[in-house]
Design a protein around this ligand. Structure first.
Ligand SMILES: [Zn+2]
Length: 478
């Protein structure tokens, strides 16, 4: 079958773009954080229902999770979306200076309003394409809550919701265009260490008290020493979530620290976590306290898929440069001027790695990096994603797509401010096209889908998904 499916999908996305931008702008306004994404989930469910998708919602104890499905039989092509916002990041749209909105708490600093809607648009457009061409197959959109600070997909994976998929595709808004491979992500555990001591008057009867805060401090020192003896690609960072109070004359009877523990492989994270449990026990012994440990989230490493990487890269290159109007470039320039000094240094380092010396100045001057970065380059890493968990049970393909002025960091107010701009919308629509075209190519070429599966099986090398969630753990807001 020969057909110019790229043009056709491009056309479908363009004719529906006002619906898609309306959904992403609404989710930006709702700005709901993990497991609270009721309105964000609903607006997507309503749209997909109106397009003929069947909806299954409230999954794995996550009220805002849903799967929208259309079509029948194999293959099952899944598009995966997120829509949670981040706390303490509320910011007025389009303002290139810090302008929090009074009374609001959250903001879309990671662009998940675009992420969810772009993946939804890919599912919706591929469905339209299948109908127009009388093809068969099943299209799914996975509405996945709480990517940030909970790893919502890990629970859906544990309960088998992705098991029958042939492929799962997703993307992330970014300030570059690049297919992201396994190297870009670290596996990640989150765990609380809660110390229990004995309260007493810090001056009157110090010998009767045992400080839980001392234990947190000793644990931190232990972890600092451990950092010297771990692989250099590992990362450990903590937040003291309970200091035990603000009164210096009361010995804190309870104190708590939350750690994120990251490394390229799940097994490496597990080893570091075990060592940290030993350190916690040591800290308890030293301070005469006790400790309880609760692991609350687990992001797995991503299983690489070379065939999907090649296919997505080819489609990404066909839609990039995205091309921007003078107005859009001027808009981005305003935001490029307010990135931090460190982000500017990061941008310089990125540019020096992706273009030749001769092109460096010219590229650095671009308000938006409207080019595709080699997918094998080591740029755009070391966060974590719960798409990693999905990649253990079905082949996963992902890309970063430009929605932001050059150098803009994710999780910043600058990213929130740009979330409803024409540049962000263009990135989201490009993502929808790249994802839908990848899906179409796999539908039209079953042998490619077989190759994708073969790559995945080879890469797993016989290892079965080691569910990293503690047994019986339920999704919760902690
Ligand atoms: Zn994100």
């Amino acid at each position: 079958m020969t057909m110019n499916y790229r043009n056709e999908i491009n056309h479908i996305v363009e004719t529906r773009k006002s619906s898609y931008t309306h959904i992403s702008d609404s989710i930006w306004e709702f700005a709901e954080s993990r497991f609270q994404e009721y309105r964000s989930s609903n607006i997507q469910q309503e749209y997909l229902r109106s397009q003929g998708f069947a909806i299954q919602s409230n999954l794995s104890g996550e009220e805002t999770a849903f799967i929208a499905e259309w079509g029948n039989g194999k293959p099952i092509i899944a598009f995966v979306g997120e829509f949670d916002a981040l706390s303490s990041l509320q910011q007025e749209a389009d303002k290139p200076e810090r302008c929090p909105i009074p009374g609001k708490e959250n903001g879309h600093g990671c662009g998940h309003h675009l992420l969810g809607t772009g993946s939804l648009a890919a599912a919706d457009s591929l469905k339209a394409f299948i109908e127009q061409n009388h093809l068969s197959g099943t299209i799914r959109y996975y509405g996945c809550p709480a990517e940030e600070n909970a790893g919502g997909k890990a629970f859906l994976v544990r309960d088998g919701y992705f098991n029958d998929c042939d492929v799962a595709l997703s993307w992330h808004p970014h300030s570059t265009n690049k297919v992201t491979g396994a190297d870009c992500f670290l596996s990640n555990f989150r765990a609380f260490f809660t110390f229990h001591g004995i309260s007493s008057h810090a001056a009157g009867a110090p010998e009767l008290g045992r400080s839980a805060l001392d234990a947190v401090e000793v644990m931190d020192i232990g972890v600092n020493f451990m950092r010297e003896h771990m692989i250099s690609s590992a990362r450990i960072h903590g937040a003291i979530t309970n200091t035990g109070g603000i009164a210096p004359n009361v010995i804190p009877s309870e104190a708590q620290v939350l750690y994120a523990i990251r490394a390229p492989k799940l097994t490496q994270v597990k080893q570091l976590f075990d060592r940290m449990c030993d350190i916690a026990n040591g800290a308890a012994l030293i301070t005469g306290t006790t400790v309880s440990v609760k692991q609350v989230a687990a992001y797995s490493n991503v299983i690489h898929n070379e065939t999907l990487g090649v296919i997505m890269d080819e489609h990404l290159r066909s839609f990039v440069p995205i091309r921007y109007t003078e107005e859009e470039l001027a808009y981005a320039e305003k935001f490029k001027n307010v990135i931090t000094k460190l982000d500017r240094e990061g941008l310089q380092s990125t540019v020096s790695q992706i273009v030749t010396k001769e092109k460096r100045q010219e590229t650095l001057a671009m308000p938006i990096l409207d080019l595709v970065i080699d997918r094998r380059s080591m740029i755009g890493g070391h966060g974590s994603t719960d798409m990693g968990n999905v990649s253990w049970v079905t082949p996963v393909g992902q890309a970063n797509i430009n929605c932001l002025a050059a150098g803009t960091a994710l999780h910043s107010w600058q990213a929130v401010a740009q979330g409803k701009s024409p540049v962000a919308h263009k990135g989201m629509l490009t993502a929808a096209k790249v994802l839908a075209c990848t899906g179409a190519e796999l539908l039209l070429n079953p042998e490619l889908l077989e190759q994708v599966r073969k790559d995945w099986i080879d890469e797993l090398d016989g290892v079965v998904y080691p569910d990293p969630l503690p047994k019986g753990l339920k999704p919760e807001i902690w």
